[in-house]
Design a protein around this ligand. Structure first.
Ligand code: ADP
Ligand code: MG
Ligand code: ZN
Length: 620
């Protein structure tokens, strides 16, 4: 918008210059070209010769025209104190008159100039506002808020009609349950009669909840594309205003427009901005938010579902929403949009891969298995990173290894090619990683090792061991959880066993192990001493999953003891496994040290080789 401001003032400036030029240069020039001054004596001569046609006497000047003057000019001469002039003109049969010109009032003159100037500013402002509107919106949408001024309480919802968002359900992969719920709403809007005949009422509102990047906004846009009815889209933050009452006015306006356009869909993205619980202990500014929320609640009661206004909203903080907002009759349908499962990930990858040129031999299943826990947005990012890698490599198509590298870039960061790491440190990292991998291989319930690397990454890892589940896992057993803790501690165990010293390289492992052990004790009921007691509650499921303690201080102490005991036990067991397989640990670490990156197959091959060969090579 700033770009447009300057030309606007520039434009005012030009208008001013033009007006000044007109006033002081062009108009005088034009009149001057038609008026020729003469001397008083030549005027008298002309009168005497009866050549004068008409005379006009003004305050200080005499203007006259001549008979048969081919130039058709007006002549001017100064007014002299000449009492005989009237007689002379009478004798010469000239028509004459006196004109009293009022002295131009400079104040009035400037007032009129200003009025003109103000008019231009007004026009300019109108044009500016108009261009701002169309520039600020999506190019495919048009604004309903009216142009120009007095727009303060207007909602600035974007309105899409029919397929204008350019998205349909085909653009959303996975999320089949969410799509089915939404399809019903779309169907209702397209054939309301089918539902009315049987007496069914549509839910007034549906709330899309889920972690960031799972496609909530995308789904809403797809609904707009499918529904073929107007679609009002507004973000919760757009209701937040400096002044009390403004946000509420915007809500009012939004619903007024929606009712006029019914059947239609109203979509409020990030609704938690205005829908937070009213808790009565806020600071200033709370008033405004509460008014906005109250207005929203009132409006939702005010329209009747059969009119065909359906409200959609999205949030990743459903726990903070005011209960009044989620009760039946308001947002009575909750549509979870969860992180995609294995199948979902594969189809999202395939969908986004359609936009890039990739080799036909790519196995998306492998990529999907390796990217457990990734959101749709992250998967889209993986595809894009892989295309960038192919370009960097000077290739025209994306191949499997680009995708595998792209996962690592998204998870662990770019490779730090020229990081300076001493040979001794690389050796430590190699033993550390093989420690993880070896224990993982020896645990029955752990996911197979997919890849081990000691190439450092920009997000801080000096190396890592990648395990990939063979299929979708929805449950985790106590044994699995315990073995995961063993695997986390195994890196440090290898350092202790081989170098008899410990390093800071295990900091992330320690964090993960503690988190898992803690949740085993406090939330999963997997400890012998506490059993099925919830000692912690999760407050923020979709954004990191913060927890808060729900027990006495005494119990908190006991929890800590339990966690310490659990990790100690896992550590000792992992140490034991490594000690029993010390020869293999040496052999594998040496191999990894030389190769920097090894695959799961290479790892398993060396691990399962008969012992004699491995002893020979370790002696060598
Ligand atoms: P949020 O849930 O945070 O609103 P978005 O809808 O904005 O997430 O998703 C961000 C991007 O991630 C989308 O533009 C799309 O490219 C990609 N994406 C997320 N989920 C999916 C999905 N299920 N299918 C295809 N693309 C997806
Ligand atoms: Mg969103
Ligand atoms: Zn580690």
């Amino acid at each position: 918008m700033n770009k447009q401001k300057k030309p606007l003032y520039w434009y005012y400036f030009i208008v001013l210059i033009i007006m000044l030029l007109l006033d002081f240069v062009f108009i005088p020039m034009y009149t001057n070209s038609r008026i020729q001054s003469t001397t008083y004596s030549s005027f008298l001569d002309k009168v005497e010769e009866k050549k004068v046609d008409e005379v006009q006497i003004e305050d200080t000047d005499i203007y006259y025209t001549l008979k048969n003057d081919e130039k058709n000019k007006t002549y001017q001469t100064g007014l002299m104190n000449d009492p005989d002039l009237v007689d002379r003109l009478r004798d010469a049969n000239v028509e004459f008159s006196q004109v009293y010109t009022e002295a131009t009032n400079p104040f009035l003159y400037w007032l009129s100039t200003f009025a003109l100037f103000a008019f231009f500013i007004w026009i300019g402002n109108r044009l500016f506002k108009k261009s701002q509107k169309s520039g600020g919106n999506d190019s495919m949408s048009f604004n309903q808020g009216g142009f120009g001024f007095g727009n303060l309480g207007k909602s600035n919802a974007k309105v899409y009609v029919g397929e204008q968002t350019g998205k349909t359900f085909k653009d959303v992969a996975g999320q089949d349950e969410a799509k089915n719920s939404l399809k019903e709403i779309v169907d209702f809007l397209n054939n309301p009669k089918k539902y009315q005949d049987i007496g069914a009422k549509m839910p007034k509102g549906a709330l899309l909840v889920g972690p960031p990047g799972t496609g909530k906004t995308l789904l809403a846009k797809a609904v707009a594309g499918e529904a073929g009815v107007p679609f009002f889209s507004i973000s919760g933050s757009e209701f937040v205003e400096m002044f009390v009452g403004r946000g509420a006015a915007k809500v009012r306006d939004l619903f007024k427009q929606a009712r006029e356009k019914a059947p239609c869909i109203v979509f409020i993205d990030e609704i938690d901005t205005i829908g937070k619980k009213r808790d009565g202990q806020g600071f200033s500014g709370n008033d405004e938010r509460e008014q906005t929320l109250n207005q929203l609640l009132a409006e939702m009661d005010g329209f009747d579902g059969s009119k065909g206004v359906v409200l959609l909203a999205a949030t990743n903080r459903p726990d903070t929403l005011d209960p009044a907002l989620t009760r039946p009759g308001r947002f009575d349908r909750r549509i979870p949009v969860e992180l995609p499962d294995l199948q979902g990930r594969e189809s999202i990858l395939k969908l986004h891969a359609q936009n890039i040129r990739c080799s036909s031999q790519i196995d998306f299943n492998v990529i999907a298995r390796a990217s457990a826990g990734a959101s749709g947005a992250e998967l889209a990012n993986i595809i894009n990173e892989s295309a960038l890698l192919a370009v960097r490599d000077g290739r025209k198509t994306v191949v499997q290894k680009d995708l595998e590298e792209a996962i690592e870039i998204v998870i662990a960061g770019e490779q730090k090619k020229n990081a300076v790491i001493s040979n001794h440190e690389r050796m430590i990292v190699a033993y550390h990683e093989i420690g993880h991998a070896l224990v993982a291989a020896k645990c029955k319930n752990a996911a197979p090792v997919h890849k081990i690397t000691i190439i450092p990454r920009t997000k801080g890892a000096l190396g890592y061991t990648m395990q990939v589940e063979e299929d979708q896992h929805n449950l985790i057993s106590k044994e699995e959880a315990y073995q995961r803790i063993m695997i986390y501690t195994a890196g440090r165990c290898a350092e202790e066993l081989i170098f008899n010293s410990i390093t800071s390289g295990a900091s992330n492992d320690i964090e993960q192990a503690t988190k898992l052990a803690r949740s085993m004790v406090t939330r999963l009921g997997m400890s012998d001493n506490f059993g099925m007691i919830a000692l912690e509650t999760v407050t923020n499921t979709y954004l990191g999953g913060d927890t808060s303690l729900a027990c006495s201080n005494d119990t908190a102490t006991k929890i800590d003891e339990e966690v310490i005991k659990l990790i100690k036990k896992a550590h000792d067991e992992a140490y034991q496994i490594l000690n029993e397989n010390k020869m293999k640990l040496h052999e594998l670490a040496k191999y990894l040290y030389e190769k920097e990156t090894i695959t799961g197959e290479e790892f398993m091959y060396i691990l399962n080789k008969p012992a004699e060969i491995s002893e020979q090579s370790s002696r060598a």
